[in-house]
Design a protein around this ligand. Structure first.
Ligand SMILES: Nc1ncnc2c1ncn2[C@@H]1O[C@H](COP(=O)(O)OP(=O)(O)OP(=O)(O)O)[C@@H](O)[C@H]1O
Ligand code: SF4
Ligand SMILES: [Mg+2]
Length: 370
């Protein structure tokens, strides 16, 4: 990325480190229909259940958790593709939780989304030029020198050949398509990008390149990111702060250092030990790491366990865990900003344990046989 390609200064500058997006008590319940002959609402999927988070100007915030824990729903609520059931979303001090289409218009261009699947998220019948200039067209934005010039600049910023302006998505590889998605997200000079598993559909060999591009964009253009991933390996090099989600709740949040070296929640420990270091990491030394394997599946978000939602899979669960929901707070021993929702937290270390903790009895039995 060359210097003259840096996006022009924003009209209403906000200072790095200030809160950009503040989410409080955010909740999304999807109705579950059933019954015959009259279909009624018979329950709710508690996809996101009262989460708080703050993304600061220019910061990269990682949101991590297993499949189905509510990460995409959170991203879609923030970008207002979904209407929240409860709670508030405030962007630069303005409450946008239930803002109308018209009220949202100026904010919409500042918050953009990059999707997981670079195949389905690009219209196959449109040229790359048309796709990338789409957001400018919709918002009636005519950059200096015209839209085509701007698209060529954007193509160059994301590492694609500006001459490929007239090509169609199928002429590009998966990694290149995701670069097109990034260019489209950059077209309106956003201040916040919600990237929903932007590399998990890509070949491992090209994941790092796309992560590097996003990192460059984040740093050089000062764009804040909410980076969604299902494991901790990808966000490790990308996010200054990380929140871990489980069944619709944030169970631990802190700066990168705290989450990776001093995790307190058993689930964060499990995620850290279950995830193999992937090629994205250059300092991945997993030798001597404790190994915890999680038993069973994530319970249904239609009727989550009482008290602590992780208790059905937790090796430290006691009676209190079933009756009292642990609040997300700064527990004793944590530094400021490191919050954990657990009654019986782990020690703040990832030191090797002598034994392998195997939480799945079937797996343990198999290993004994073998
Ligand atoms: N439109 C919808 N209607 C009903 N249920 C939904 C809807 N969208 C999501 N859900 C449910 O809400 C829960 C959270 O889904 P969500 O897609 O947010 O999870 P996720 O963490 O992004 O998972 P993944 O890692 O698989 O992408 C899941 O149980 C899902 O089935
Ligand atoms: S509150 Fe109890 S069940 Fe939940 S994570 Fe902590 S120890 Fe485990
Ligand atoms: Mg998802």
């Amino acid at each position: 990325m060359t210097e003259d390609m840096v996006l022009p200064a924003q009209h209403n500058p906000v200072t790095v480190g200030e809160p950009l997006l503040e989410v409080s008590g955010l909740t999304k319940y999807f109705p579950v229909k059933g019954g015959f002959p009259i279909r009624r609402t018979i329950g709710h999927v508690q996809a996101v259940d009262g989460i708080d988070l703050t993304v600061r100007v220019g910061e990269s915030f990682g949101l991590v958790g297993e499949s189905g824990c509510g990460k995409s729903t959170t991203g879609r609520l923030i970008t207002r593709l979904l209407e929240p059931t409860n709670g508030s979303i405030s962007y630069r001090g303005q409450d946008i939780s239930h803002a109308s289409r018209r009220e949202l218009a100026p904010v919409r261009s500042e918050i953009q989304m990059i999707f997981q699947d670079p195949y389905s998220s690009l219209n196959p019948r449109q040229t790359v030029g048309k796709i990338i200039s789409g957001p400018m067209e919709i918002n009636g934005i005519e950059p200096d020198g015209g839209r085509e010039k701007r698209v060529r600049e954007l193509l160059e910023i994301v590492g694609l050949n500006p001459e490929h302006y007239n090509r169609f998505p199928h002429e590009f590889s998966g990694g290149q398509r995701q670069r097109i998605g990034v260019a489209r997200a950059l077209a309106l000079e956003p201040k916040l990008i919600v990237a929903d598993e932007p590399v998990s559909a890509l070949d491992v060999s090209i994941q790092a390149q796309v992560v590097n591009l996003l990192q460059e964009v984040q740093r050089e253009l000062g764009i804040a990111f909410l980076f969604i991933a299902h494991d901790l390996a990808v966000v490790r090099h990308f996010s200054q702060r990380v929140a871990v989600m489980y069944l619709g709740k944030i169970i631990e949040v802190g700066d990168r250092e705290a989450i990776y070296t001093r995790p307190r929640h058993p689930y964060t420990h499990a995620l850290l030990s279950a995830v193999p270091e992937v090629s994205l990491t250059d300092d991945g030394d997993s030798a001597g790491r404790e190994r915890i394997r999680l038993a069973g599946d994530v319970p249904s978000p239609i009727s989550p366990p009482s008290g602590c939602r992780f208790r059905t899979r937790c090796w430290k669960a006691q009676d209190k865990c079933a009756t009292e929901e642990p609040p997300l707070v700064q527990i004793s021993g944590n530094h400021a900003g490191h919050l954990t929702a657990c009654h019986f937290p782990e020690d703040p270390t990832t030191e090797a344990r002598d034994e392998d903790i195997v939480l799945d009895p079937a797996l343990a039995a198999l290993e004994e046989e073998g």
